[in-house]
Write a protein that binds this ligand. Sequence first.
Ligand code: BJW
Ligand code: ZN
Length: 255
Amino acid sequence: MMTQSGHVPLSGALVERLRAARRILLLTGAGVSAESGLATFRGPDGMWEGRDPMSLATPEAFAEDPETVWRFYAWRREQAARAEPNPAHRAIAALQQERSGTSLVTQNVDGLHERAGSPETVRLHGSLWRLRCTGGCGEDEDLRQDLGTLPARCACGELLRPGVVWFGESLPQAAIAAATAAAESAELVIVAGTSSVVYPAAALPELARRHGAYVVEVNPEATPLTGRVDEALPNPAGTALPALVRAAGVRFEES
Ligand code: BJW
Ligand code: ZN
């Protein structure tokens, strides 16, 4: 039996789980911020000055050309500062506020979940707003203002780097531990706006499923995860998340 919630048809099994689940895990990616105007990594609009962002999100690229990598991140910071959270971010925050057993694990570094009012966010890939010293003086600060001359430098004279996780780097230990625990205990997992190709984040839905969770994917495009979920909703996150949250019995106003 299907229930129509807005323009999003939801199965009876999913609606039942949304109402009953005490532990829900939301795993989000760049697609959740697409409707806020932020480019995804692998989409057709993902290029920056003719370059693939993936070629810039590496320690090797930074070591070779810190100025270009910093210009890319300074641009990302400007875009994120100008963007507003969209109904997907706000619906997730509303669910977290109403249902204490809800966990939010994000791969996003833009801070839009926090700005939408999410009380707790596990950030797997760091934050655009953190700056870390590459020199070993220990400087690690949250800085929102303009960075001035690039590449940004620490007071100690060494280069600063963005506080994000690049390919080949370890994820923050506390974040990966919290995400793993949430996946192992979740009854329902909603995976939204991620291409599910970057590990270890991409392994979390499978882990949750092995521990008995019902897994739902929200993505207008098929991904490597699509064939391995209990339900795939091919809707944009800004439509699907409000529908899912309302079906869970949480009151949510769009504006
Ligand atoms: C919409 C939408 C709308 C659009 N609504 N949806 C196991 C197997 C193979 C490889 C590995 C492995 N374990 C580790 C690795 C190596 C590597 C990896 O995963 N490589 C694969 C790519 C092959 N992983 C790592 O290196 C990680 N480190 C690590 O594991 O350390 C230990 C180790 C090291 C080396 C070897 C083994 C172990 C670190 C990964 C760090 C990722 N960092 C980045 C950059 C962060 C900084 C920045 O923002 O610049 O994180 S890369 C980039 O990808 C970014 C993202 O968070 C991440 C995921 O992207 P996401 O969010 O999925 O975005 P897109 O663009 O890919 O997809 C958007 C989706 O939205 C699309 O599907 C659209 O259809 C959809 N969409 N509009 C809903 N409106
Ligand atoms: Zn320093």
